[in-house]
Design a protein around this ligand. Structure first.
Ligand SMILES: [Cu+2]
Length: 361
């Protein structure tokens, strides 16, 4: 093969990561095997599987996890909206950090740290110009925080010394909802990579206020949850993540919204006539980039979602470093009905779980 030493190391690392899934749970050091795991293997690239599905065999217990990845696509948490005497609109959210085991692929249970018992945490959704109040309780076993990617004061940054919360304690983060776009939040306790990859992150969407964007008011209205213009769209959140199940600082499982192959096994149904908007966030730890590639079609992309005109037009692949995010807009109205694949174009990530289908009907 002519590999140099570094190349050989990369090759061996890849083999060991694939062997993890191919061998099912045999080498699952650190991952907790459930009873249901016995006999579960992965239909990987063995010769007998050519032409097969190349996805996991068996089912993740969504009830046991307490969430269904198909619900996570669309279950916006809009909090509670109140108007103060002075007219200020305040949106209040409740988030609790909890240690919890999550089954991320059939039979592979990850000892996670979560916001509200799920990974990703609730998809917080607000409107530009509101005031946000996030009541955070840390019921986990380690100090945690919520660091928002948005615009706020130093004291609200969720870093050590500004909103770090010891186990059993609470903190309220307050900030304006700006700028509009597709953002994220995550724990910023140290060591950061450990706290992030354990599952403490979520999407944070701020819809534009059409009144503030007269030049693109129609686009802003189409993004504003609750308007008829917005209801035309299929909107989905996809948080690209990975899990290091044996704590060797490499991911063994990849996904959008945590559960390997969830949307490959059960496709995301979309009506042909309705446009699709994906709020895409990359929180993958340990790998420098992740990506989103669409088959048989092209899309427009709004980097960070902070513009109302696309920052990339007519592309079929975009990549994001960790914490980068953006809005993808897809139109299948001219396509024939059928299944259209989406996956990371790092083939390894695809084989380890980050693959999905849109089923256009
Ligand atoms: Cu933390």
């Amino acid at each position: 093969m002519g590999l140099d030493r570094a190349g050989l190391q990369r090759f061996l690392a890849r083999v060991s990561r694939r062997d993890f899934l191919r061998g099912g749970l045999g080498g699952g050091v650190g991952a907790v095997a459930t009873g249901a795991a016995a006999g579960i293997a992965v239909a990987a690239e063995g010769h007998s599987n050519h032409g097969g599905n190349n996805i996991t065999v068996g089912q993740v217990d969504n009830d046991g996890n307490g969430f269904d990845p198909h619900d996570i696509l669309t279950d916006w948490d809009t909090g509670v909206l109140t108007t103060e005497a002075g007219g200020r609109k305040v949106r209040t959210f409740e988030i609790v950090a909890i240690d919890k085991d999550i089954e991320i692929a059939p039979g592979i249970v990850f000892p996670a740290w979560t916001y509200n018992g799920r990974i990703p945490g609730p998809t917080l959704r607000a409107t530009e110009g509101e005031w946000l109040r996030v009541n955070f309780v840390n019921n986990g076993s380690h100090p945690h925080s919520i660091h928002f990617h948005g615009i706020h004061s130093a004291g609200m940054d969720g870093v050590p010394g500004a909103g770090m919360v010891a186990p059993g304690e609470a903190f309220t983060y307050e900030m304006p909802a700006k700028p509009f776009g597709c953002h994220l939040y995550h724990c910023h306790a140290l060591p950061l990579k450990r706290h992030m990859h354990k599952g403490l992150y979520g999407a944070f969407i701020i819809d534009p206020d059409p009144a503030l964007h007269p030049e693109h008011a129609d686009v802003a209205r189409s993004r504003l949850l609750g308007t008829p213009e917005n209801a035309r769209w299929h909107e989905f959140v996809m948080v690209m993540n990975g899990f290091d199940t044996n704590f060797d600082e490499e991911n063994e499982v990849y996904a959008a919204n945590t559960i390997a192959f969830a949307y490959a096994e059960k496709a995301i149904k979309v009506e042909k006539a309705r446009p699709i908007r994906v709020y895409l966030v990359n929180v993958t730890e340990f790998d420098p980039v992740n990506s989103f590639h669409l088959h048989a079609n092209f899309f427009n992309y709004f980097d960070h979602g902070t513009t109302l005109t696309p920052t990339l037009t007519t592309v079929d692949t975009i990549m994001q470093c960790q914490a980068q995010r953006g809005i993808i807009e897809i139109d299948f109205s001219e396509h024939e009905p059928g299944r259209y694949m989406v996956h990371a174009h790092q083939a390894e990530f695809t084989e380890l779980g980050w693959m999905a289908h849109f089923e256009v009907v």
